[in-house]
Design a protein around this ligand. Structure first.
Ligand SMILES: *Cc1c(COP(=O)(O)O)cnc(C)c1O
Ligand code: SF4
Length: 335
């Protein structure tokens, strides 16, 4: 009985925190004791992609620091409205890989389900800001169709739950999706791509862990940390729970100007990740999505940073530098 009560309380805790996310740039800046300059531009940028940040993520930002690496990831900027050559609304050609509403089959052996459009925070660099979610949402009918597609393609061994953030879904909905996948015999692995443990660690409830453990599929969670400052006590305990339940943990980051574009920052992140049994997997070059050009690191500089990182760390702590190019059979490795 106590466990049950506990579960209910935990579920409402993360859902309450989601509902109470900060959405107003003025409120955000006030909370960090920052001046309100360029507010009109920030509100304008919000019209394209609203501000959204959790109390948990906010609590890890340094008050009074306009260049805080966490703040820069979520603060709407006037520059987002600039039209920049080479930047588009579908930079990675995903729209061409939408086989059915909510199902992307781009690479061999694995397909991706867009389970929800919702995220706990809105990362300003993310191409999801332009994704046609309305046309490709996984409602009941499209879920049935997607399951039939997966069941009908014996070459698929892995399904990736993505979004948005798949952990924005309720435990009941996740259970429903995963139990359907469990019945498809040729599937071996379930992969979840999520930023929720980083930005909303209260989401890692016992009920969620039970749901994942209940599946016959081998479980992989790909996290999305961009900076060592994103770890705090609560995040560490959420990661600990995931890793203790036998889930393999990887991390992918995006190389972002002003956030993590130094060897010392990338090194600290890798060390921190591995200290919590997370394997650094990918370091992505920015997708050239309109509104994100101010985060771009030139290719030459990215290569140089990666080379220096390799010189400073054991090979297993160096993430693979990749770029997603439209029409390629896999993510392109930058050498
Ligand atoms: C990144 C991605 C994957 C997974 O690629 P891995 O190299 O296996 O991590 C699968 N499908 C899509 C559409 C992707 O963008
Ligand atoms: S999909 Fe991931 S990176 Fe993009 S806005 Fe959502 S949480 Fe951020």
């Amino acid at each position: 009985m106590i466990a049950r009560t506990n579960t209910i309380w935990q579920v409402s805790a993360w859902q309450n925190e989601l509902a109470g996310a900060i959405r107003d740039p003025e409120v955000l800046l006030s909370r960090l004791n920052l001046c309100h300059h360029q507010l009109a531009d920030r509100y304008q940028a919000c019209k394209q992609f609203p501000l959204r940040v959790t109390e948990s993520y906010l609590s890890r930002m340094r008050p009074g620091d306009p260049n805080d690496p966490l703040l820069l990831q979520i603060l709407p900027q006037g520059e987002e409205l600039d039209q920049v050559n080479g930047y588009s609304i579908d930079p990675v050609g995903d729209n061409a890989s939408i086989k059915l509403p909510g199902l992307l089959h781009k690479y061999s052996g694995r397909c991706l389900l867009i389970t929800t459009a919702a995220c706990a925070v809105h990362c300003r660099y993310c191409f999801r800001r332009h994704f046609p979610y309305q046309a490709s949402r996984l409602d009941e009918e499209s879920l049935t169709q997607a399951m039939a597609y997966i069941a009908g393609d014996g070459s698929l061994s892995e399904v990736i739950l993505s979004g948005g953030d798949p952990l924005s879904l309720s435990d009941e909905r996740l259970e429903q999706i995963i139990s359907k996948l469990d019945t498809i015999p040729h599937l071996k692995r379930l992969r979840i791509h999520t930023r929720q443990p980083v930005v909303l660690p209260s989401r890692i409830t016992d009920r969620l862990l039970e749901t994942l453990n209940h599946s016959r599929l081998q479980q992989i969670v790909v996290l999305h940390f961009n900076h060592a400052n994103e770890f705090d006590h609560q995040v560490e305990s959420a990661i600990e729970k995931l890793s203790r339940s036998g889930i393999t943990l990887f991390n992918q980051s995006v190389l972002l100007k002003g956030v993590n574009d130094s060897v010392s920052s990338l090194k600290a992140l890798s060390e921190k990740l591995f200290g919590h049994r997370i394997i650094p997997y990918y370091l992505h070059l920015l997708d050239k999505t309109s509104g994100a050009a101010h985060f771009d690191i030139p290719l030459k500089q990215a290569r140089q940073l990666h080379r220096e990182l390799k010189a400073e760390l054991p090979g297993y702590l160096v993430p693979t530098l990749v770029q997603e190019l439209a029409g390629e059979p896999n993510k392109t490795v930058i050498t």
